[in-house]
Ligand binder design. Structure first.
Ligand SMILES: Cc1cc2nc3c(=O)[nH]c(=O)nc-3n(C[C@H](O)[C@H](O)[C@H](O)COP(=O)(O)OP(=O)(O)OC[C@H]3O[C@@H](n4cnc5c(N)ncnc54)[C@H](O)[C@@H]3O)c2cc1C
Length: 316
């Protein structure tokens, strides 16, 4: 099939992903389609409606895939490990794209780690550690993928992944091409990066300092212990709901207002860490959003600070 002429002939909005021609085009691109997938099952909060999930490990297929979706007026979102997402309820008005890890997903070359964006972050940290490459100890216990960590500039205990980025391979929405950006071309700030919202991370080269495994392991143990003693691990959460405002701690402000345990339906401010909001059972996105709005309003009234969400909300 000639994909270009097929796209040009198609009428946006009328063709759905179930259309046999679209299904055939997806198969030709090596993209797997899972229909009516529940995002509640793919996110650490356990909240979210249903949509079609498109999965591939073929980076080179991404530009054609996005062109195909555009041509049919099908909006999309990128899903990593789903550990920093609050997804709306019901039938979702966009499809979800997810990269699948190739084998191997981490290749080491001296101090450089070539990592696929779909690689699990924790496994990447431990794999590098076992080969005497450190620096990322603080990221142990941060769930999700390396692509999600890059997009969020994930960090903890004084470090952030951006500090180790030598280059990123990504699909850039501005040029509609796969490109490589050097570390100095990207700005990494506190849970914020200069990537465009629709850029898709595909792979990264991390440059890591050499350290003996034993020393790295010691750092990992300390970070694990800090998490265990302060976070509601084992409960459904997305980590911190709010970013810390400059010079302050969102968790401390919420705690000072006595809001631990506050709930809307099954959405609850954790008893253990006031900036972790948990799904204690069957919380809906509406419950969680109402809890976020309530806490934000109380903090604004008390401290004259408007808290910004760290969790990415897919509510549109
Ligand atoms: C228990 C717990 C503890 C946590 N602790 C921390 C912590 O200490 N520090 C911290 O920074 N975070 C923490 N988090 C939040 C979360 O784990 C991180 O933000 C993580 O890096 C998100 O990665 P992910 O793959 O799950 O991304 P997702 O949740 O799937 O996506 C997050 C955002 O990244 C985008 N995205 C994902 N993959 C790609 C891609 N390949 N290309 C383009 N965009 C993409 C998504 O579209 C979305 O906008 C914690 C979460 C939990 C549940």
């Amino acid at each position: 099939m000639n994909l270009s002429s097929f796209w040009e002939r198609s009428t946006p909005r009328t063709v759905r992903l179930e259309d046999p021609k679209v299904v055939a085009a997806l198969a030709e691109l090596g993209v797997q389609r899972e229909s009516h997938t529940s995002l509640a099952e793919l996110t650490s909060l356990g909240i979210g409606g249903t949509t079609d999930l498109l999965r591939t490990c073929r980076h080179e297929a991404i530009p054609d895939l996005l062109r195909l979706l555009d041509a049919h007026g099908v909006p999309h979102r990128f899903l990593g490990g789903g550990s920093n997402l609050l997804v709306r309820d019901g039938e979702l008005p966009w499809v979800v794209l997810q990269l699948v890890s190739p084998e191997p997903d981490v290749v080491l070359e001296g101090n450089l780690a070539h990592v696929d964006a779909a690689a699990d972050l924790g496994r990447t940290v431990t794999y590098c550690a076992k080969h005497d490459l450190g620096g990322m100890e603080g990221l142990i216990g941060v769930p999700g993928t390396v692509g999600g960590a890059l997009r969020m500039n994930a960090g903890a205990y004084g470090m952030q992944i951006g500090a180790y980025v030598r280059e990123v391979k990504l699909y850039r929405v501005a040029t509609r091409k796969i490109e490589t950006l050097r570390g100095h071309q990207i700005s990494f700030e506190y849970r914020h990066t200069s990537f465009a919202p629709d850029d898709m991370m595909l792979a990264v080269i991390l440059e890591l300092p050499s350290k003996p495994y034993k020393e790295i392991l010691q750092g990992i143990r300390i970070c694990n212990e800090k998490r265990r003693s302060s976070q509601p691990l084992g409960q459904k959460s997305a980590g911190c709901i709010f970013k810390n405002p400059p010079g302050a701690s969102a968790g401390r402000m919420i705690d000072e207002l006595g809001l631990k345990g506050l709930r809307v339906g099954d959405a609850q401010v954790s008893d253990r860490h006031a900036n972790f909001f948990i799904n204690t059972g069957r919380a809906s996105a509406s419950d969680m959003l109402a809890l976020i709005a309530d806490v934000r309003e109380r903090v604004t009234k008390a401290f004259d600070v408007v808290l910004e969400c760290e969790v990415v909300v897919w509510n549109g």
